[in-house]
Design a protein. Structure first.
Lengths: 321, 574
């Protein structure tokens, strides 16, 4: 079920198009990643969804819970905003308030009754492992703790949609993983998440859908697999222990729909007609012939590779033009 | 050198490109100076309203008020009661009151008292007005002294000329008296020559005297006979023996006298008498001529003396006249002549310390700057707070946000007001009665300044610029309040505008309530204007917040976004 839909959204600043004709849908339960280089327009896209800025052209549509009646997000923002949680790139909290005070403050502003809020806060503190630090001033917390507190502040009112701008920026890899795990846990509780980041690896790890923004345009978007598909490689490389095993494998593979096999000495480069269908047969052969698989390079293209390809192709298009 | 120039150019560029900073740092002080310069570039006392009370406005008092008008004071005349004028000072519609006597000219040795009624809480104005008005009084007093002295001098001069005139008369009189004196001496000498010695009885009788003597002898003989007959007759009369004896004795005595006369030769006596008479006749003749001569001299002397008398009479009347003239000088006291007009200063608020007079202004000053800066700081604190963005999503109206900032400010200021007013009770004895009203005024005034401070906070981005803007605004309010420079010295148009300065309104209200004990009900208009300001400013902030909020959020995000991008680049470079 759709939660947010962008229809032909264009944003201009001083007659300069920052974002052009964006059409995408974010469904309920998604962890939607927006990736792109700095200055690509991903923050603008996020700000449009968050309601900070209005599109120059087009529409951002919000689908209310339990209702089929769609609403223009910017026109009805005052009603919709309470369903949105936003965690900006920097921490958005009061450094001079304690962990609990920060949560209590924002919770009360959302008009949550004291008892419910108290329960929410306790759950959040347990969830984010901040329970022991509840009486610490926010400024006394470490970077990772502050990020967790910030996330808690965004979740204290139980939003439908959580928007995060560079949630893992400035964090070390361990903290990045910790936050990623936390977001997945949040998502499991039914919160739709939109993340803008240029840390493609973390996006790849936690998002089920992505949109790749480059030079103000959304080049591709959708399920991660669907995004990858056009960029999947047409070959894979395999290396077995001995030459005998290699020859045996060549013999066995010849009966399968394979365009060509190149023997590179230690390894074989195989060009099948369909990588996915050949893979099950390959595993079966290895199992039946009891081959010792030394290495199988069946890498799907990473988001980074996809992104690089998009960037390269856009640049070459630009040069041709 | 080139590096210095390069850096200087860079600094100027940065300053000018940060528009608000440039505006505030460079142009605000210039603007302030320009405003003040334009406003106070005058030496005229444009706006001073002087109330003049006199029991009767005579030509003299009118002349004095005209004199004040030459100083461009606006004169407001009070005919009924000086208290009305005093009340107007308290109300701020009149700056000083002058109570004049019916006549400014002194009639006797009593000095005329002129009473100034001043509001001591407006010290700078009081002195300015007092000095100017006093100088006019000094001119008037000088005029009166001059007239008095002139009067005395003219009378002395007249006396002097009269004396000069009488001096000639007296000279003539002196001469005449001298001449009369000489004549008298002559007469005395002449009279001394008159011989009044009676000549000794001469034996030579003239024929007539002989005849007279014979006749006398005959008559004496006859008398003797008759006396003898009388003695006989007495004896025959049979009188008492004693009486008879006494009468006969007397008659006998007479007879004896006559007999002795007859015996001594009475005729010869007469002859002697004749001779003596001749001598006397001669002497008298001589005396007669002397007297005749003296009479002439005396007649002349009498004439001289008459002239002397006339001169003296004239001198006497002149002296009387001079006496009368000098007697007509009623002002003879030197102090009255030198200072015919004395001024007395009455304070409309009663005798208090300088702290009392300064207290309202100080109080409002503290409140104004505190609230302006606090309002600005609170808004900027929120604007620059990392949590600013999160507030964009909370379902809280802008009204609530603005009100919360205002309430925060007001709580702090109320605390401050309580402390200040509490402390004031130790210094100012009679402050207790007006505390409630003063607190209300300060509350409304503080609200106005808080909202102004908040507007500045919304308009400016950097804390330094906003603080400078707040101080500049506060300074403008202060400089156009009459606390430092009298507002009465600026042209009426600017004064009219400055009259609506919230600082002026608040300070005026506090002063009236605190110093004069004026009930708030008499100042509802000013209080209403202040409250109106507060409401209008609140609405302005509301509108501003509605218009600017999204812009502020975007700026906020942009700022942080740029910051993070720069940081990422730095990290990459490392």
């Amino acid at each position: 079920m759709a939660l947010i839909r962008l229809q032909g959204v264009t944003k201009e600043y001083r007659k300069r198009k920052v974002l052009e004709n964006v059409n995408l849908t974010i469904e309920e339960g998604d962890i939607f990643g927006v990736i792109g280089q700095s200055g690509s327009g991903k923050t603008t896209l996020l700000n449009l969804i968050a309601g900070f800025i209005e599109p120059t052209d087009g529409q951002v549509i919000y689908f209310p819970e339990g209702s089929t009646k769609e609403k223009d997000l910017h026109r009805h923002f005052s009603q919709i905003k309470k369903h949105i949680g936003y965690t900006p790139q920097h921490n958005s909290l009061y450094p001079k308030l304690t962990v609990q005070e920060n949560l209590w403050h924002f919770g009360r502003l959302y008009k949550i009754d004291k008892q419910t809020l108290s329960t929410n806060i306790r759950n959040l503190l347990n969830f984010t492992h901040l329970i022991d630090y509840r009486n610490f001033l926010a400024e006394q917390l470490s970077g990772g703790m502050q990020k967790r507190l910030d996330l808690s502040c965004s979740l204290v009112h139980k939003p439908r949609l959580l928007i995060l701008d560079e949630p893992t920026a400035d964090l070390d890899p361990i903290l990045q993983r910790e936050i990623a795990h936390l977001l997945q846990e949040v998502n499991k509780q039914g919160v739709t998440i939109i993340i803008a980041s240029h840390h493609l690896e973390s996006i790849e790890n936690i998002c089920n859908k992505v949109a790749i923004v480059h030079q103000g345009k959304v080049h591709t978007h959708g399920l991660l697999e669907d995004v990858r598909r056009p960029y999947l490689r047409d070959h894979f490389t395999i290396r077995v222990r001995s030459t005998e095993q290699k020859q045996l494998l060549i013999e066995k593979l010849k009966v399968l729909p394979i365009h060509k096999i190149i023997d590179k000495g230690h390894s074989l480069v195989i060009y099948p007609s369909n990588v996915e269908s050949i893979m099950s047969n390959l595993i079966r052969i290895i199992k039946e012939e009891n081959l010792y698989l030394h290495d199988l390079d069946l890498r799907r293209p990473s988001l980074h590779e996809i992104f690089e390809k998009i960037a390269t192709s856009t640049e070459s298009e630009g040069q041709v033009k | 050198m080139a590096a210095i120039w390069l850096l200087t150019v860079k600094n100027i560029k940065l300053l000018l490109r940060a528009k608000w900073s440039a505006l505030i740092v460079i142009f605000a002080p210039l603007l302030l100076i320009l405003l003040l310069g334009l406003s106070y570039n005058t030496s005229d006392n444009f706006g001073i309203i002087v109330g003049v009370y006199a029991p009767q406005f005579t030509e003299e008092t009118n002349a004095f008020t005209d004199l004040l008008r030459t100083e461009q004071f606006t004169i407001r005349e009070y005919h009924e009661d000086v208290q009305k004028c005093v009340d107007d000072i308290k109300g701020g519609t009149v700056h000083t009151c002058i109570s004049l006597p019916e006549q400014l000219h002194v009639q006797d040795n009593t000095q005329k008292e002129i009473v100034f009624y001043v509001d001591p809480s407006r010290i700078n104005l009081v002195w300015m007005v007092q000095e100017t008005v006093k100088s006019k009084f000094n001119i008037k007093a000088q005029e009166i002294t001059q007239e008095l002295t002139q009067d005395i001098l003219s009378k002395i001069s007249e006396t002097q000329s009269q004396l000069s005139a009488q001096e000639a008369n007296l000279g003539t009189a002196k001469e005449k008296a001298s001449t009369a004196g000489q004549s008298t001496s002559t007469i005395v000498q002449d009279l001394k020559t008159i011989d009044f010695q009676i000549p000794e009885r001469s034996a030579n009788f003239s024929g007539n005297i002989s005849e007279a003597g014979s006749d006398l002898t005959e008559r004496l003989t006859n008398t003797k006979e008759k006396l003898t007959d009388a003695s006989t007759a007495v004896k025959k009369a049979g009188l008492e023996e004693a009486e008879e004896e006494e009468i006969i004795k007397a008659i006998a005595g007479g007879i004896n006298t006559i007999s002795s006369l007859l015996d001594s030769g009475a005729g010869e006596l007469l002859i002697s008498l004749q001779k003596d008479l001749t001598v006397v006749t001669d002497k008298l003749s001589t005396a007669s001529s002397v007297v005749s001569s003296s009479t002439g001299t005396l007649t002349a002397s009498a004439a001289d003396l008459e002239q002397v008398s006339a001169s003296l009479e004239s001198a006497k009347s002149a002296v009387s006249e001079m006496q009368a003239k000098l007697g007509s000088l009623k002002v003879t006291d030197a102090q009255t002549i030198t200072s015919p007009l004395v001024t007395k200063i009455e304070k409309v608020s009663g005798e208090k310390t300088y702290l009392n007079y300064l207290f309202p202004a100080l109080l409002v000053l503290v409140i104004m700057f505190s609230t302006l800066l606090l309002g600005t700081t609170l808004v900027l604190l929120e604007k620059h707070s990392p949590a600013f963005l999160r507030n964009f999503f909370v379902p809280v109206s802008k009204f609530t946000f603005i009100t919360s900032t205002y309430v925060t400010n007001i709580i702090l200021i109320i605390t401050q007001i309580i402390v200040i007013l509490g402390i004031s009770l130790f210094f100012i004895d009679d402050a207790l009665g007006s505390l409630a009203s003063v607190a209300l005024i300060l509350f409304i005034g503080a609200s106005v300044f808080t909202f102004i401070g908040m507007i500045i906070g919304y308009l400016f981005t950097s804390e330094e610029t906003a603080t400078l803007a707040s101080i500049s605004i506060g300074s403008v309010f202060l400089l156009f309040s009459g606390i430092i420079l009298p507002l009465e010295a600026v042209p009426p148009f600017i004064r009219g505008i400055a009259g609506f300065n919230p600082f002026v309104l608040t300070e005026k209200l506090v002063r009236e309530v605190f110093l004069f004990g004026t009930p708030l009900s008499q100042n509802l208009l000013d209080l209403g204007i202040l409250a109106g300001y507060a409401v209008v400013l609140f609405i302005a902030i509301w509108i501003m917040e509605s218009v600017l909020h999204k812009h502020l959020v975007q700026r906020f995000m942009h700022r942080h976004h740029v910051f993070h991008r720069q940081r990422e680049k730095q990290l990459k470079n490392i």
